[in-house]
Write a protein that binds this ligand. Structure first.
Ligand SMILES: [Zn+2]
Length: 338
């Protein structure tokens, strides 16, 4: 599985090859496969409430599946590479229109993935702005959840049963969230986490409110060394989102020349001017230039490392502006040697 939740690296068999074979530029990672992964993870979750399934579902939804659809919802990717030289554009239609339908029905059904109800409890899998009426232990319970997820890990859940009723409220603590904390009616409450869910068991009454905090600092991910395409490279993640660098945010020059020093701080920044408001990740990076100054194909002088700002956007949003190069796995190199 790609870090985006993409599945199946090869186009010729629309499927798998050998272990750890995850090429980035030629990744097939068909939209359908990631949509199906989300469906499968959701059904496994209903058989067996284990956060490992929800983690896969969330990774697929927010990254490898969502990128199959353009932001305005009218263009589709069939293959979802993790690197591009700028020629990849979404289709208006496809002679084999499987992905168009699958990603459309996934997005149309998105409200069904956020929470599940059992006779004796409610489980929250994904977070967002959710308003629902559910039946628990024979009582109608209003759920009103507010958050700016995935831009923020602050989540507030108001619980309003018609009459006081005891049940388990289960909050998913994602695999990426370290140091999660919660309050119940303003007072800190310890998180009893088992198999990816924290359970709060009590007699709920009108006006009760749970606040969950999932810290989401940007972080670097590294692939297993057997993934030969990703050796010496790092991918950026914040919360459930995998990030990429795209040419238009990075000096309009090929992003394949960028490298990220291992000690460069990663700074999240809300950008209201981009896509109606997204959190980007900023860092001080290096851009490689020919070491001999001549641009010879081969030179005994290593490339120069020029300091340059780097801006990464959520992967699912790439290829929504002017065509340009894109990269998920960024080479990791120490800073300027000028
Ligand atoms: Zn398809």
């Amino acid at each position: 599985m790609y870090v985006t939740g993409g599945l199946g690296p090869q186009a010729t068999n629309e499927g798998f090859t050998e272990d750890y074979d995850l090429p980035n530029e030629t990744a097939y990672a068909e939209t359908c496969a990631t949509v199906a992964l989300a469906f499968w993870a959701h059904r496994m979750l209903h058989l067996d409430l284990d956060g490992a399934y929800a983690d896969v579902m969330e990774r697929a939804l927010y990254n490898g599946a969502l990128t199959g659809l353009s932001r305005e919802g009218e263009h589709y990717f069939y293959a979802n590479p993790l690197e591009s030289r700028g020629r990849d554009r979404r289709w208006a239609w496809h002679r084999c229109p499987c992905c168009t339908m699958n990603v459309s029905r996934l997005v149309a059904s998105i409200g069904g993935y956020f929470l599940s109800v059992a006779d004796d409890g409610v489980a929250f899998h994904l977070y967002g702005g959710v308003s629902a009426k559910v039946g628990v232990n024979g009582v109608r319970v209003g759920i009103n959840e507010t958050s700016a997820y995935p831009w923020s890990g602050d989540v507030r859940i108001a619980v309003d049963p018609e009459t006081p009723v005891a049940f388990d409220l289960k909050l998913r603590i994602p695999d990426w969230a370290r140091g999660a904390s919660a309050t119940l009616n303003g007072a800190a409450t310890p998180l009893d986490i088992a198999r990816g869910y924290a359970t709060i068991r009590r007699r709920w009454s009108n006006g009760d409110e749970v606040a969950l905090n999932l810290p989401m600092p940007p972080e670097r991910l590294y692939a297993h060394p057997n993934v030969r395409m990703d050796v010496g490279r790092t991918a950026l993640r914040r919360g459930p989102l995998i990030y990429c660098v795209e040419e238009t945010d990075n000096a309009g020059a090929p992003v394949q020349r960028l490298a990220l020093p291992p000690d460069a701080p990663l700074t999240p920044k809300m950008r209201d001017d981009l896509f109606d408001g997204v959190v980007v990740i900023e860092a001080s990076a290096v851009r490689l230039a020919p070491g001999d100054g001549e641009g010879a194909l081969y030179s005994a002088t290593p490339p120069r490392r020029e300091t340059t700002p780097l801006t990464a956007i959520p992967y699912y949003l790439w290829a929504n502006r002017e065509p340009g190069s894109m990269l998920v796995w960024i080479p990791e190199l120490a800073g300027s040697n000028r």
